[in-house]
Write a protein that binds this ligand. Structure first.
Ligand SMILES: [Zn+2]
Length: 160
């Protein structure tokens, strides 16, 4: 952030105000060189992602929703909140790699499953059973086989 008066690149924030809807942050800054003050308006980065349900309905992607499901799946499992956060980060990273900004729910589910598989097997099974409408045991088993072959993911290395 350069000073609009002298173009110096060091400024300090003296006041921060978030807009009511949380999409904008106004900051009052002071230049460390000429000490003049100016304001900046920053847009909060939106996750430009949408989810398409099987009935065709499109919704804005909600990370809190995914987090809730993951938390439920991990209930009473030996998983820490940090591990869950890391898992969510990894899910987001995978979602961003999907082509296009409208992602079918099935794909979202698979990405969550792929990440849960490395986090905790029981959480993985719980999520799979709740979120996929398997027609039969065979459907379930064949999907498990497929998921087993998913490559391991990066965040595993970051685990302590
Ligand atoms: Zn300045």
């Amino acid at each position: 952030m350069n000073c609009p008066y002298c173009n110096h690149n060091e400024t300090k924030v003296i006041d921060s105000r978030e807009s009511k809807d949380g999409t904008n942050i106004k900051r009052r800054r002071e230049c460390l060189k000429c000490e003049k003050r100016f304001s900046t308006a920053e847009k909060v980065l939106k996750l430009d992602l949408e989810v398409q349900k099987s009935n065709g309905e499109v919704q804005v992607f909600s990370l809190p929703k995914i987090k809730n499901s993951v938390l439920k799946s991990c209930d009473k499992r030996p998983v820490t909140l940090e591990q869950i956060e890391a898992c969510l980060e990894s899910i987001l990273k995978d979602l961003k790699e999907v082509e296009g900004t409208t992602i079918p729910t099935g794909t979202v589910g698979r990405i969550v499953l792929k990440n849960l598989k490395d986090l905790d097997e029981i959480a993985f099974l719980r999520f799979a059973i709740v979120h996929n409408n398997y027609g039969s045991m065979n459907d379930f088993m064949s999907e498990l086989e497929e998921l087993k072959s998913f490559e391991s993911i990066e965040y595993k290395n970051k685990r302590k």
